[in-house]
Design a binder for this molecule. Structure first.
Ligand code: HEM
Length: 415
């Protein structure tokens, strides 16, 4: 098989989008494929839905602790001993430690608790769409800057207790986190690694200060709950643990949802027939949200390291070797999805793996779904027409991918 190194190459994602054709070949010809791109420690590319499930459900055999993503180590973004390497985030923990930490915030993310946020999400989306109307009934905007980025950012900020005035700082930091390898988001005079390190130090300082403030004066946010009720093995939550939690929520909860929103509008623009169906039958919003999640698959990969030799489809993954699970490929697996390359807003069942599966299944799933449901319901109601006014620009990244600028010309419905 020709080289498939581009499945992990940020430049490819920036220039050409997701390599669906390569993923298709890998699924059919070599679904457990050994990759050794120059400068990157070798890994096995896992491209079938069933294999992603098999690996994710066995955290004792496939550890998240040593190498949870490919590009960080490969490009040396996080040197050992740095502030970033000390963050203790859920995505690189194994049970039992992982469960103890996850439990800190899991009550907060229960569907019942999240439903209480419904009114606020509705209001935030309405305000952002009202702002679109300020440009007149017909206008142009970068949909990412105007709606897709601020909507989830505001919800995360409120959940954590970040004041509205600090949202621009949070926006910049999350851009730097996932876009460290994208020149647009690098700090001036800094390369990817320097940008990442500076971002990690700043995020650390910011949340450590906020945590201390909430310790003194609690409010009704997640940070206050962690400061006053949070326990890990019976001990109060340390600053490092609280900051690590804020770090993962601020980053995992923003960029992903933003790309699903931007990619979702792009999908509707590119499939006018499906958009029309949704407009005529808004009850399809539930299945449409899942299809948008499958279609956009904002998280490109997560990795695990084998704790002992494991046989998968006739290949031996040796102890200490890494497997990288490619979610966009699993979500187009022809063995699971009928007409996998078609965007169908009424697809059901839709067992996509956009949120992962098993031990590390995305904690923010109920919030992400709520945001997408409310935003797309409002968009369908209020947007009479939208089309691209220039080509979309894609993020230069191979961890969380998607559209970083979506220039659209739109026409709003009259009230
Ligand atoms: C469309 C939006 C989202 C997508 C596609 C997404 C996707 C994912 C994926 C693929 C994982 C890793 C699964 C694995 O390694 O097996 C994950 C983990 C996680 N996500 Fe999300 N996510 C989204 C939104 C959110 C939101 C809104 C939040 C929080 C407010 C969030 C918080 C987390 C956390 C904390 C983890 C780590 C869970 C763990 O390791 O136990 N995510 N997400």
């Amino acid at each position: 098989m020709d080289s498939v190194d581009h499945i992990i190459d940020p430049d490819f994602y920036a220039r050409r989008g997701y390599p669906y054709e390569t993923f298709r070949r890998l699924r059919l010809e070599d679904p457990v494929h050994r990759c050794a791109p120059p400068g990157v420690e070798p890994f096995w590319a896992i491209t079938r839905h069933a294999d992603v499930c098999e690996i994710s459900r066995q955290p004792a055999l496939f550890s998240s602790a040593t190498r949870p993503v490919i590009f960080l180590e490969g490009t040396g973004l996080v040197p050992a001993g740095s502030a970033a390497s000390q963050l203790r985030v859920l995505v690189n923990m194994d049970p039992p430690e992982h469960r103890e930490h996850r439990h800190l915030a899991s009550p907060w993310f229960k569907p019942r608790t999240i439903r209480r946020m419904e009114e606020r999400v509705d209001q935030v989306c309405r305000e952002l769409l009202d702002a679109l109307a300020n440009g007149g009934r017909e206008a142009e905007c970068d949909f990412v800057a105007a709606v897709a980025a601020p909507a989830p950012l505001r919800m995360i900020a409120e959940m954590l207790g970040v004041p509205e005035a600090d949202e621009p700082v949070l926006l910049r930091l999350t851009n730097e986190m996932f876009g460290a390898s994208d020149p647009e988001f690098q700090r001036s005079g800094s390369d990817a690694q320097q940008t990442f390190m500076a971002m990690a130090a700043e995020i650390f300082g910011y949340f450590a200060k906020l945590f201390e403030e909430r310790r003194r004066e609690p409010r009704e946010d997640l940070l206050s709950v962690m400061a006053h009720q949070g326990r890990i093995r019976g001990e109060p939550v340390s600053v490092l643990d609280a900051v690590s939690f804020c770090f993962i929520i601020a980053t995992a909860g923003h960029e992903t949802t933003r790309n699903a929103i931007a990619g979702g509008l792009l999908a509707l623009i590119e499939h006018p027939g499906e958009w029309k169906r949704l407009r005529e039958n808004p009850a399809l919003i539930e299945t449409a949200v899942d299809e948008i999640l499958r279609w956009t698959t904002p998280v490109i990969h997560f990795a695990r390291t084998a704790t002992e030799a494991y046989m998968l489809r006739g290949r031996t993954i040796a102890k200490g070797e890494t497997v990288a699970m490619f979610y966009p490929s699993a979500n187009r697996d022809e063995a699971v999805f009928e007409a996998a390359d078609s965007f169908r807003i009424d697809r059901a069942p839709n067992p996509h793996l956009s949120f992962g599966i098993g031990e590390h299944f995305c904690l923010g799933t109920p919030l992400a779904r709520l945001e997408l449901r409310i935003l797309f319901r409002q968009l369908v109601e209020r947007l009479e027409h939208a089309e691209l006014s220039a080509a979309p620009e894609r993020l230069r990244a191979s961890l969380v991918g998607g559209v970083k600028h979506l220039p659209v010309r739109y026409r709003l419905r009259t009230a």
